[in-house]
Design a protein around this ligand. Structure first.
Ligand code: IP8
Length: 246
């Protein structure tokens, strides 16, 4: 089974609020259709959830946030999720929506529920989860990022490969030279050097990718603009991007 994260900045136009990047979504969906292997997909918030969580100052830390803000963030993620589900359906996949509230209880993970997700995937469906605003109890909510969901699912389900689809080729050793790091092993000093957004941006991805690889799973970061790279990695083990080796 393959675990795939679609970054918010590739499935939406991040500069323009509430605008999905339908071309990218359809393009990815048509490639995922070719994989011949069970997949579980997680997507981020981009110009939907991220946009509103910044506007209403809602963070990963549990707190009593603006009620309107929580509702608006949640609604926007449901809306974006529906767009992804519709595209998957149109492209011949059998998506099955799994909001993180299906397997999260506050910060606790219901591992039995998570294991059911892999059964759904093995029955020929493509479960689709997403970063979301989560009830924490006592009037508090928090943002659970799609990257964190990748870590949670990977730890329990042990996929053959975890893929983060980005709008860059992978991890660069420096932004100046744009020199791509093809392979990363163990914890890396680059973690502290990258800029963060509301739920951590590239920093969070690198932390999550390196922690997933430490549990014995290869993690591949690749560019959405070359979607065949996903197919090549899954089918032929040809990794055009950055691999965090298990
Ligand atoms: O884009 C965050 O998920 P991410 C989703 O994976 C929200 O960081 C609701 C901001």
């Amino acid at each position: 089974m393959i675990l795939i994260k679609l970054g918010g900045s590739i499935i939406t136009n991040k500069q323009k609020p509430l605008s999905p990047n339908l071309k990218a979504i359809n393009n990815i969906a048509s490639k995922l259709r070719k994989l011949n292997e069970s997949i579980i997909v997680v997507h981020g918030g981009g110009s939907f959830g991220h946009y509103w969580s910044v506007k209403y100052n809602i963070h990963t830390k549990p707190a009593k946030y603006s009620k309107k803000g929580v509702s608006v963030v949640k609604n926007s993620m449901v809306e974006l999720n529906k767009i992804i589900l519709d595209s998957f359906l149109k492209n011949g996949l059998s998506p099955y929506c799994v909001p993180p509230t299906d397997f999260m209880y506050g910060h606790k993970v219901d591992s039995k529920k998570v294991k059911e997700i892999s059964r759904i995937a093995n029955s020929g469906f493509a479960p689709v989860s997403y970063g979301d605003v989560i009830w924490h109890g006592a009037g508090k909510f928090y943002i659970l990022s799609g990257d964190r969901i990748m870590g949670i699912l990977a730890k329990i389900l042990k996929p053959r490969l975890a893929i983060f689809v980005l709008n860059v080729d992978g991890v660069y050793s420096s932004m100046k030279t744009k020199e791509l790091l093809h392979e990363i092993k163990g914890k890396s000093a680059i973690i502290s050097r990258v800029r963060a957004d509301v739920t951590g941006g590239m920093h969070r991805k690198i932390v999550e990718a390196s922690s997933i690889s430490n549990t014995g799973i290869d993690v591949f970061l690749t560019n959405v603009n070359m979607p065949d790279r996903i197919v090549n990695a899954v089918r032929n083990g040809k990794f055009d991007g950055t691999v965090f080796r298990r």
